[in-house]
Design a protein around this ligand. Structure first.
Ligand code: SF4
Length: 303
């Protein structure tokens, strides 16, 4: 078995040889985030991949994120070190399900959260992220909107925009497991802490938060607030990049830490093997890629 230091050196050599870029999601294990050229949320990383010159992208995250990278970077090789890293939320919706619903509500536009497969994006009209879902829904002119696949995010967007949404009842089990009781418990322990929550959390949890924002938004909120104690209601991997960026701030998660097992499947060994073998690759058939890209581009046009 190789020592950690040896593996890191080997990864560095391979990264240089292959002229590869390594991207890691904010929920990845610390040693993977430390290795990455860029860390961030799923769409931010896919867009970063489009900006860099590297022809090979090692995406340390889950499958739909690597697919999103492949959608916006068709000429590049996208590698996912653990092909079994999936997303329970993305798995709650299928393209067939969307098409059936669209047939029932032909006047509706479909807005799909980025946490979905390329095939689902391809039958959607707009893509959105947790950071821009409100703006995207506000900009849609269709008389009805089908919002997929996250029910909690859909209800949050409905409350903020006042628009009536037909909501697909999927959820992220990691965020949905955070209860109001868990938040109250932390608030009573840290009464002066700022509470920030990801909109994939339940409605009653969001009601207890001072700010509801995406993972990228969390960095901005902490910076602007000047808070010294922050209760963070999202996947506990966020504690690492937040702690690195704001060493003087105490970040507090629910006692039963919300952890996404799929996000923890990538290891240094798997990154090394991926760079060596240039496998496993994530590809999207061209007809699906073009449909999905349209939904992503419509979102980007909204800003
Ligand atoms: S945290 Fe939730 S939404 Fe994110 S990858 Fe895991 S299951 Fe999917």
């Amino acid at each position: 078995m190789q020592k950690k230091g040896d593996i890191k050196e080997r990864i560095e050599e391979l990264r240089r040889e292959r002229k590869a870029v390594i991207l890691a999601h904010n929920y990845q294990p610390p040693e993977i985030q430390d290795l990455a050229d860029y860390t961030g949320d799923s769409l931010g990383l896919a867009r970063k991949a489009a900006e860099v010159e590297a022809e090979i992208i090692v995406f340390c995250g889950v499958h739909f994120m690597a697919e999103t990278s492949a959608i916006v970077n068709p000429g590049k090789i996208t590698l996912l070190p653990e092909p079994g890293a999936g997303c329970s939320l993305a798995n709650t919706v299928t393209p067939e399900g969307i098409v059936t619903l669209k047939n029932l509500r032909p006047r509706a536009a479909v807005v799909t959260y980025v946490n979905s497969s390329a095939a689902v994006k391809a039958v959607s009209d707009y893509c959105c992220t947790s950071g821009n879902a409100v703006e995207v829904v506000e900009a849609v002119e269709a008389p009805e909107i089908i919002f997929t696949p996250d029910g909690n995010l859909g209800r949050y967007v409905r409350r903020v925009t006042g628009r009536e949404l037909i909501i697909w009842e999927g959820c992220c089990p990691v965020h949905d497991r955070i209860t109001a009781e868990m938040v109250r418990e932390r608030k009573s322990e840290f009464p002066s802490a700022l509470v920030i929550a990801h909109p994939e959390c339940r409605e009653e949890v969001l009601e207890l938060a001072d700010v509801v924002t995406s993972t990228s938004g969390m960095f901005r909120v902490v910076e602007e607030s000047g808070a010294r104690e922050v209760i963070v209601l999202t996947e506990a991997g966020m504690g690492y990049p937040l702690g690195k960026r704001f060493p003087g701030v105490r970040f507090i998660f629910p006692v039963a830490e919300p952890l996404c097992p799929d996000m923890k499947l990538i290891t240094l060994e798997k990154v090394e093997r991926t760079l060596r073998e240039l496998e496993p690759r994530v590809t999207v058939p061209e007809n699906i890629r073009l449909g999905a890209l349209l939904a992503v581009e419509r979102m980007l046009a909204i800003g």
